[in-house]
Design a protein around this ligand. Structure first.
Ligand SMILES: [Zn+2]
Length: 271
């Protein structure tokens, strides 16, 4: 999509989770994608019109990327690069199709329709309740122990709640917060402020935690579908009652609810 133009935009229904913005297809057509990026759980395309196309997969959304190949009988689609293995034909749950000038066709499929797309002007982007206040991307160099400590300084919420707060760090979900806290041997119940000094400098806990967050996410990206099916995806998440996986720890993984979300942790080694 990057540096390609939208040649055709096909909407096969008026809405996803929310209605498509006014004149959605018209505002996209002819515009080029300057840059494709991610912010938290949003996919973001910055357009030559200065508008930003914001996309979210919701619960069940995925994009299928196919290259259109010119043949004697017209255009054939092949080279399925996306996770959905449907053929070139448009399926029941294919709600949006982008035909790009690069020859690629990008199809958004979403059976449950919790995903959404929006088109924001620079001003709307700057005032967007979620996007304008996002913390640093966890895998970027902007996110480190110092940034984490600054964000947690004086915070009287649990460390778990702080890490789920998108203003502290962007796009970290419930599962990976549990995993990172276990790896860093930090209790989800301790106060967020305890990883920083009074002036907001990182304590050793912040250094361990920032590193653990990056490790957990890199591992998640690298992990194969095979491991996922084997069920050894997580070290602590969804393992209540099992032995702690830290060497030399005899603890048992506990489960409790914090601000409406399930937390899994080892009370023995996570302090
Ligand atoms: Zn343990």
């Amino acid at each position: 999509m990057e540096s390609a133009r939208f040649v055709r935009v096909l909407l096969r229904r008026p809405d996803l989770r929310t209605p498509f913005p006014a004149r959605f297809a018209t505002r996209l057509r002819g515009r080029a994608v300057r840059r494709l990026d991610r912010r938290a759980k949003y996919l973001v395309a910055i357009l030559s019109s200065d508008e930003t196309l914001v996309m979210h997969l919701g619960m069940s959304g995925s994009f299928r990327v196919e290259r259109a190949q010119k043949t004697k009988r017209g255009v054939r689609l092949q080279a399925d690069l996306g996770p959905a293995k449907a053929g070139p034909h448009t399926g029941t749950h294919d709600h949006v199709v982008f035909h790009m000038s690069s020859g690629f066709r990008i199809t958004f499929t979403d059976p449950r329709r919790f995903g959404f797309m929006d088109l924001l002007t620079p001003r709307e982007l700057a005032e967007h309740p979620a996007l304008s206040r996002l913390g640093p991307e966890p895998l970027s160099s902007a996110f480190d122990a110092a940034a984490l400590a600054r964000a947690c300084r004086g915070k009287k919420t649990s460390l778990k709640a702080a890490l789920l707060d998108q203003r502290v760090v962007a796009g970290l979900g419930n599962i990976y917060v549990s995993e990172a806290l276990h790896r860093a041997r930090l209790s989800p119940l301790r106060l967020a402020s305890t990883i920083a000094t009074a002036s907001g400098a990182p304590r050793p806990a912040a250094v361990r935690l920032a590193a653990a967050i990056k490790q957990v996410l890199w591992q998640a990206i690298a992990r194969s579908a095979k491991a996922y099916r084997r069920g050894d995806r997580f070290r602590v998440y969804d393992r209540a009652g099992e032995r702690c996986r830290h060497a030399n720890c005899r603890g048992t993984i506990a489960q409790r609810t914090q601000s409406g979300r399930t937390t899994f942790y080892c009370p023995a080694c996570q302090r």
